[in-house]
Design a protein around this ligand. Structure first.
Ligand SMILES: [Mg+2]
Length: 219
């Protein structure tokens, strides 16, 4: 029985209107830092999933370079640029409200506390979920089972009674199924490929209509 639907945030419910490479370049310029690649950023992000802010991520990146740039200033510039550029996918707010009429609705997002909480504030979604957890507040990030167990506990449901919706095959699809939840994979235009571990796949562009249908069919 499906009692709860839990969502990933980035690229699942909301997308940046400018690409992350551009946003990173803007933040680097604002903070007077040396050029940083998106690839290097993602590696450093993966080493710092349970932090309060992005400062340790940028401290990691800047430590490898000759610079006096301040990681805190860079983290702030990046946070502001990202939050400014984030937009909900079409129909998502109505979908969340409708789902809450029938299910508990949760959010579990990987990343530093202030970065992710700022996104929710910018989107006006602080009250859009029955429970919303940022892995920066937890002991481990996705795909660790502890992260999925934490959101199930916050919603007061058994993981087996929750469905997780996310775009990342490793963090979301593997993570959720490994923790005992069904997973619905959100497919982006440019990949990755559908993961067979997901119970269903929905196109990102039609997520708001597709997810409620898929969830209803799972019952
Ligand atoms: Mg995502």
């Amino acid at each position: 029985m499906v009692r709860a639907v839990v969502f990933d945030l980035d690229y699942t419910l909301a997308v940046p209107t400018r690409d992350r490479e551009t946003i990173l370049a803007e933040a680097v310029e604002t903070a007077d830092a040396p050029p940083l690649s998106r690839e290097a950023y993602l590696e450093a992000h993966g080493r710092n999933l349970t932090r309060e802010t992005r400062e340790p991520i940028f401290a990691d990146l800047l430590a490898e370079r000759e610079t006096d740039a301040d990681p805190a200033a860079l983290a702030r510039a990046y946070r502001e640029a990202i939050a400014d550029a984030l937009e909900p996918l079409p129909g998502v707010e109505g979908m969340l409200a409708d789902l809450r009429g029938e299910y508990l609705v949760g959010l579990l997002t990987n990343g530093p506390v202030r970065a992710q909480r700022d996104k929710l504030a910018t989107l006006g979604w602080e009250d859009a979920f029955d429970a919303a957890l940022v892995t920066g507040e937890l002991e481990a990030g996705k795909p660790a089972p502890a992260a999925f167990e934490a959101i199930a506990a916050a919603l007061e449901v058994d993981p087996a009674d929750a469905v997780y919706v996310g775009d990342d095959p490793e963090a979301d699809v593997y993570g959720a199924t490994n923790a005992g939840m069904d997973a619905i994979q959100v497919l982006l235009e440019d990949g990755p490929d559908p993961d067979p571990r997901a119970v269903a796949h929905v196109e990102q562009s039609s997520l708001a209509t597709a997810v409620p249908e898929v969830v209803a069919d799972l019952e």
